[in-house]
Design a protein around this ligand. Structure first.
Ligand code: PHE
Ligand code: ZN
Length: 886
């Protein structure tokens, strides 16, 4: 059946005459409906007889009535695709059970029982990668959020904490290594070449933190001694050939352990910490107690195969998962609406860690770029939700940039208002009060409030209101003073038409352009719809520097001249504000040029001159480190620019943005060539200087490619050929991949492929470089790559490397024909039956249609409707598509 041509019925659901009616829609789960579970499960025993095609699981649960819940004789155990093979209560085969859909209900007469249930699963058929699945001949698990129910019947909710003992057995040759949470307590040999291991985790945990791994793995082993003297064995488990690429991950782990002791006073609490790298994984990594499971992308690195960005990503994700041991595991979430309790806080913790490792300013700019590139669009679109959502149909859809990144920003604001020392008292209070519990966001806020001595009453709105606040700022000079007039509005979002003003902490300074004097920084909190703040002794030409350090996740509109922005871009003492000034200069120009009637020629060239002179100042500033210079040189993303325009035309934005790059590249050609030469002379290393040189080197090529393409092609080819590291190689190949009329493009792409054939992570880069390229034929390239023998729908990294890169490529995805939208819709429909979680992640780019000019808007919407009308959709994709259209 050609789904594209299926006529829709009145309610939008195509139904064939005699097909059984599909369940209308998955149920909506509401935060306010929370009730505690009727039973406690103090201990859980699991016994696994492992096999790739058949694994038998015996789950034995000691249960007792929960005195804090409404009593019920029914023990409701979640299942997903499971059938109970045997059910026993207190050692006797039981018939007091029934299935209610996927849920197993066991009726229990007394206050305490032991329930034993046998299930059988086929890990090799598990393409969703949730529950127990096979990857490259090994077995591993992913249980967050609701994957445990695909392994065993269980109250699969985060507020049911249990102490687990696990026994697993399997063929020794196939699975020489058997790992689980906690400590390895016993091992032995069985019949027919099998062996077994027993593991015990002394820390009660929810089922989503359960993990098991069985496979042929080797470890990079080391140890860390905690400050109270506990010696912890550390292992990073990988496939045999990957061992040489694990040193950076191990160093990152040890630094994380030390940092969490120093900065948050948190020590590790077991004698063993295992990390396993798997190549088939839906997300980045998972914080299972004592047994973190990682996407190989966030473990493996050496200079030949990983970029500086990859190294930083590994350091950050290793830290993130390790930090979860306290913010997530020791204190977990009461329900999934509280997800930001662990994720927002843990992201903040990993950001602060990376700031300490790599330098605060650059890391802050990078984090803000992600927030504005991903979270702001989410917050202004149909999928907007508060950091503590009120409802969902499929929790996997709520692992969002809002929960993670905005969640971190909200906690960061508390820290900014309290100051780091008092904030630490607040987090200590939180850890003391709630250790061992399944807590709520409210518990966290209350702890910070009490511990840090802040009044967070109104601040709690940040947890309940979605949408990015908009601040209008006007600096009105008044003799020797200046009055800063601020207004805030929080835009309406789905289900939240009216908003209240929120407390917004803004770091502000007023500089003087006339004398070049820099004003002192002040922290003001705007907590009303409108307010004014007076600055004394401001000088003759006061210039506003606001939201310094990006102290609040808001968007600022300020009346400011280009001359003032050029001044700030060259002189502001706050590195973020300096970055921001240049971004504003570029964004302001591109918005004007690519919307409405556009700009007259003279206005356009005047703005281009301002931008070029600011850019020249960035290139020439000897006091700048190259790591920072590289940040300042980066153009605002197309998505971020489009966000500022009603009915945006991606084609116009793209053309104007490229034209501006070309202008800079041509006007500053010799400076850029000189910068490239200077940077190329610095030998490879991991010092800030060497890393910075690699960053500016490729940035120089980016502008030269636009403004002096022939020269750039030669330089990029030379950089590629001389590269002794992946950063230089990938950077030059990225530039070449976007160029036409150069033989260097095809030659180097082929060389790259042949050089790294068989290394999945690097071949992912090869796909992504082409899918995100500026090349005019990118649509055709992506279609061809989808037919490449190395492309597979079964591996999420590979799917993302081709299609996420493409969906983020403005001139491919937004091709005026609508072909890009169709390709992403095709992908969603093909992937949904295999891996709904990953399929649903491709819906948000299609949900942006309300923001686009009419032609593309209609084409995009058509594709969403085509998906909505498909015969059978997963809960994941159904929810995302219906919200996007809704
Ligand atoms: N909890 C993981 C993290 O943030 C993310 C994750 C969610 C991984 C769901 C897998 C599945 O670190
Ligand atoms: Zn996390």
């Amino acid at each position: 059946m050609d789904i594209a041509n299926t006529p829709a019925t009145a309610d939008g659901n195509p139904q064939m005459a005699d097909a059984p009616p599909e369940p209308k829609q998955p149920p909506l789960i509401r935060r306010e409906d929370y009730t505690p579970f009727a039973w406690l499960v103090p201990t859980t025993h699991l016994d696994f007889a492992l096999g790739l095609e058949k694994t038998r699981v015996v789950a034995t649960l000691d249960v007792e009535r929960n005195p804090d819940a409404e009593a019920s004789p029914h023990l409701r155990l979640n299942g997903d695709g499971l059938e109970p093979v045997e059910v026993e209560v207190d050692g006797q085969a039981a018939n007091s059970w029934a299935m209610d859909g996927e849920t197993l209900i066991v009726t229990l007469p007394a206050d305490r029982h032991t329930v034993r249930i046998v299930t059988e699963i086929d890990p090799s058929a598990n393409t969703q990668l949730m529950g127990l699945y096979a990857s490259n001949g090994m077995l591993c698990t992913q249980c967050e959020a609701e994957g445990f129910r695909r392994i065993a019947f269980f109250p699969d909710r985060p507020d049911v904490l249990s102490t687990y003992t696990v026994r697993m057995s399997g063929p020794k040759a196939q699975f020489p290594i058997l790992l689980c949470n906690g400590n390895n307590t016993a091992n032995g040999e069985g019949e027919h070449g099998t062996h077994w291991a027993e593991w015990h985790d002394p820390w009660p945990k929810p089922s989503y933190l359960f993990a098991l791994v069985a496979g042929d793995l080797v470890a990079n082993s080391d140890s860390f001694t905690t400050r109270s003297g506990r010696k912890v064995d550390l292992n990073i488990w990988v496939r045999d050939g990957d061992l040489p690429r694990t040193d950076h991950a191990m160093r990152s782990l040890k630094k994380s352990m030390e940092w969490d002791e120093e900065v948050f006073g948190r020590e590790y609490d077991l004698d063993l910490f295992n990390i396993v790298a798997v190549s088939d994984f839906n997300m980045g990594a998972m914080e299972n107690k004592g047994l973190n499971v990682f996407n190989t992308k966030y473990v493996l690195a050496d200079e030949e195969t990983a970029t500086d960005g990859d190294y930083d990503g590994i350091e950050g994700v290793i830290a993130h998962e390790y930090f979860h041991n306290w913010s997530g595991n020791r204190i977990t979430c009461r329900d999934w609406f509280q997800l930001s309790l662990k994720e927002g806080f843990t992201v903040l913790r990993d950001q602060l860690f990376s700031q300490d490792m790599q330098g605060e300013a650059v890391k802050r700019i990078e984090d803000v770029r992600v927030l504005r590139g991903v979270q702001f669009p989410e917050d202004s679109g149909p999928l907007a939700h508060p950091i503590r959502p009120d409802s969902f149909r499929e929790i996997s859809n709520f692992y969002t940039s809002t929960i993670y990144n905005k969640g971190a920003e909200v906690i960061r604001m508390m820290r900014t208002m309290a100051g780091p020392e008092k904030f630490r008292v607040g987090t200590d209070t939180y850890f003391d009060r709630h250790d061992g519990e399944a807590a709520t966001c409210e518990d966290f806020v209350k702890s910070i409030e009490d511990g840090a001595g802040l009044d967070l009453q109104q601040f709690r709105l940040w947890y309940s209101q979605a949408g990015t606040p908009k601040i209008k700022a006007e600096l009105v000079p008044d003799a020797s003073r200046a009055v800063l007039k601020l207004t805030q509005t929080v835009p309406p979002t789905p289900g939240q038409p009216d908003k209240q003003p929120m407390p917004i902490p803004l770091k502000v300074a007023v500089h003087d352009r006339a004398s070049g004097t820099l004003g002192e920084e002040r922290l003001i909190v705007l907590d009303k719809a409108q307010d004014s703040f007076v600055f004394e002794n401001v000088g003759d030409q006061p210039v506003l520097s606001i939201n310094r350090g990006f102290s609040a996740p808001v968007s600022i509109e300020r009346e400011i001249s280009n001359a003032d922005l050029v001044f700030l871009a060259a002189r502001d003492d706050d590195p973020f504000a300096r970055y921001e000034a240049f971004q504003d200069l570029v964004v302001g120009h591109l918005v004007a040029a690519a919307s409405g009637d556009g700009l007259a020629d003279d206005a356009k060239s005047a703005a281009r001159e301002d931008i070029t002179s600011a850019f020249a100042a960035i290139l020439a500033d000897d006091a700048l480190e190259d790591t920072m210079r590289g940040e300042l040189m980066l153009f605002p993303s197309q998505t971020y620019i489009a966000e500022q325009i009603e009915a945006a035309d991606p084609g116009r934005i793209f053309a104007e943005r490229e034209a501006l790059k070309a202008h800079i590249g041509a006007a500053l050609e010799s400076d850029l060539v000189a910068l490239h030469e200077r940077a190329s002379a610095i030998p490879f290393g991991f010092s800030q200087e060497a890393r910075g040189s690699r960053k500016v080197k490729t940035q120089a090529l980016v502008y030269l490619a636009a403004g002096a393409p022939e020269k750039a092609a030669d330089m990029a080819a030379a950089q590629y050929d001389a590269a002794d590291n992946m950063t230089d190689r990938q950077g030059s190949l990225m530039v070449l991949a976007g160029m036409t009329g150069t033989a260097a493009r095809t030659g180097r792409l082929l060389d790259f492929y042949n050089r790294y054939k068989g290394n999945d992570l690097v071949i992912d880069k090869w796909f992504a470089i082409q899918a995100s390229s500026l090349h005019p034929s990118v649509v055709e390239h992506v279609k061809a790559l989808a037919e490449h023998p190395d492309f597979t729908m079964k591996n999420p990294n590979r799917v993302r490397s081709l299609y996420m890169a493409f969906a983020g490529n403005p001139h491919g995805f937004h091709d005026a024909s609508g072909e890009g939208y169709r390709m992403i819709a095709d992908l969603i429909l093909e992937l949904d039956p295999l891996n709904p979680q990953t399929a649903a992640r491709f819906v948000p780019p299609l949900g942006r249609f309300r923001k686009l000019e009419a032609g593309r808007s209609a084409l995009m919407r058509e594709q969403l409707e085509r998906i909505a009308n498909a015969d059978k959709l997963s809960r994941d994709t159904y929810e995302q598509v219906s919200r996007s259209l809704g």
